[in-house]
Structure formats: C-alpha cells, structure tokens
Write a protein that binds this ligand. Structure first.
Ligand SMILES: [Zn+2]
Ligand SMILES: [Zn+2]
Length: 308
C-alpha cells in the first residue's frame, strides 16, 4: 500500500510561510493498494488538491471508484468535500463510511454541510454515485482486498479509528482522541473539564480502559500508526476536554501495541514548521525502538508491498 498525506493539520487550515513545509491543510490521507483499490481517509481541506490529481486519471473520465472513511464529521475532517471535483462527475462511484449516529442519517449530515445559506451548490448537484455506509463501533468489513477494522475514540461526539490490512502491511489512522486516562469525553462537549488531580468515576475509568484496549488491539503489530498529536503535555493539561493527544500518548500506545512506526498527525494549527521539527527531534531521542516521522503534505510512505 502507498499512504500519501494531503492534509495533516487539526482544527482549521493555516496557509502561510510558517506552515509551508508540513502544510496548512486539514486532515486527508490517501491509500492505494497494489491492485488499484483507492481509499481516502477523512475529507479535510487537503481533499481538494487530491481531487484535482484524481481528475487527471480515471475520475476525469468518469470511471473511478473510491472509498472514503470518515473519522468523524467535525469541520476539519469534512470541509474539503464540497470542493472535491470527482463527486461532480457523473459515472464516478464513491462509498462513504462513518459511524452511525442515533439521530441523523449519514447522508443528511453531509448534505446539510452545503445547505443554503452555507454553500451555493446543494448536495443534490452531486453527479457521482455516492453510497453511504453507516458503521457500528467495532465493525469489520472488506473493501476489495483491504480488510478494514475500526474502534471508537475519546472525542466530543466520538471519532472512529481505522485499520487497513492489505498487500502484506497494515496502517492505522487514530485521530481525533484524548488519551484514555483523565477524562471520558461522552457525546457532548464537556463544558466543565475536570481539574488536574480530580478523581475519575469508576464507571468512566472502566469505559476508558475498554476504549484504550480497543485502540491497542487495533494497532497490534501495525507497520504504521498515524496518530493525533495536536498537543504538548502543557497544552493538554489546559484543554483535556478538547479530545486530543500528545506525542507521548502516541508513543505509549504504539509501544503497547508493538507497532513499528508512528506518524505524528493532526498538528496544532499554531505549530510552526520549525516547532514540529523540534518536537520530532525531541521525541526521536527516546524512541530508538520506533520509526517516528511527522506527517507532512506530499509525504508518501510504503506499507507492506508498494504500488507497481
Ligand atoms: Zn480534528
Ligand atoms: Zn474533532
């Protein structure tokens, strides 16, 4: 599999001289298998440029098929979709997967994104064939030759982590999530976060343990784990209820799972390229057992067998 990063930021896009090297677009990762199966994970603003490239090939001739796995529908993970050229071409096929909500069908969640007065082009103008597949937590399914599994994360309104196994390799996508230790972030945004040292209710501690076990299991022996590392420990301490982790958490989970490499991902919008360099260098010193990289727009990694 080839894994290519098109957007690596969290929260909102940040173009500019301080973010040119790692890139300013929000979350979007492309996975291509040896046999040509095409998967996109998250539809942040990085998706726009990926769409332009896809239009140079089969999608430009209205004969492409792709599968979009969505971690959750916060803006930074869906904002690229209205600007994704291949969905406006009749003949292209898309399958969109995300966690099932109790109240709103997945199609309605996406369609409302472009409702008036937010956007001039309603979702009904989409010409491609788009099928929505709602997932339950822990679902396992296949996309062509790719085995997909998922588990829930500790994030407002819940995000899903995915694992893809194919071509003798495995890649996990674990964003957005708080660590599984101090605070359980249930459905709604927590307005009064616990203070440092506040005790955790036993039932919340049990849920967090189950969630952590699920993530460790998902990442077991993975070749590459792409992980939410938006915060430094100081930033996390100030905003535990925002639902994001630190590089320390990514490394701890990867080690517990026996994963081989970690890509720091969902970089804080305010983090400059030089600060990301420094964070990476700092953590590499203590991780001789892991291949640690910081995800950057345009970076392409091979997992298992590559694409011929
Ligand atoms: Zn996010
Ligand atoms: Zn989020």
């Amino acid at each position: 599999m080839k894994v290519r990063f098109w957007g690596v930021r969290g929260s909102y896009p940040v173009p500019g001289p301080d973010t040119n090297r790692y890139g300013g677009n929000t979350s979007c990762v492309e996975v291509r298998t040896e046999s040509g199966t095409h998967i996109i994970i998250d539809a942040g603003t990085g998706l726009r440029k990926l769409g332009k490239e896809m239009m140079q090939g089969a999608f430009g001739e209205a004969g492409g098929t792709s599968h979009l796995l969505v971690s959750h529908t916060h803006w930074d993970h869906i904002q690229g979709l209205p600007f994704f050229a291949p969905i406006y071409a009749k003949g292209n096929k898309f399958f969109v997967y995300a966690r099932q909500r109790d109240d709103t069908h997945l199609r309605a969640v996406f369609a409302s994104q472009t409702d008036s007065p937010y956007f001039p082009v309603p979702f009904d103008n989409v010409q491609a064939d788009v099928a929505f597949r709602e997932l339950v937590e822990g679902a396992r399914f296949e996309i062509g030759p790719v085995k997909v599994s998922c588990t829930r994360l500790n994030h407002p309104w819940i995000a899903m982590a995915y694992r893809l196994d194919c071509d003798g390799g495995s890649v996990c996508y674990v964003t957005d999530t708080a660590p599984f230790k101090d605070i359980l972030i249930e459905q709604e945004y927590i307005r009064q976060p616990p203070k440092p040292g506040d005790p955790l209710k036993p039932e919340d501690a049990a849920k967090l343990k189950a969630m952590r076990d699920g993530v460790v299991r998902l990442c077991e022996g993975a070749d590459l784990v792409i992980y939410d590392t938006q915060f430094t420990p100081e930033e996390y301490a100030a905003k535990p209820h925002w639902g994001h982790s630190c590089p320390e958490d990514a490394i701890e989970i990867a080690r517990a799972a026996g994963a081989k490499s970690v890509a720091l991902f969902h970089h804080a919008p305010e983090r400059t390229d030089d600060q990301i360099d420094a964070l990476l260098a700092y953590h590499r010193k203590d991780t001789p057992d892991l291949d640690l990289v910081a995800a950057a727009e345009g970076m392409e990694l091979t997992v298992g067998n590559g694409v011929k």
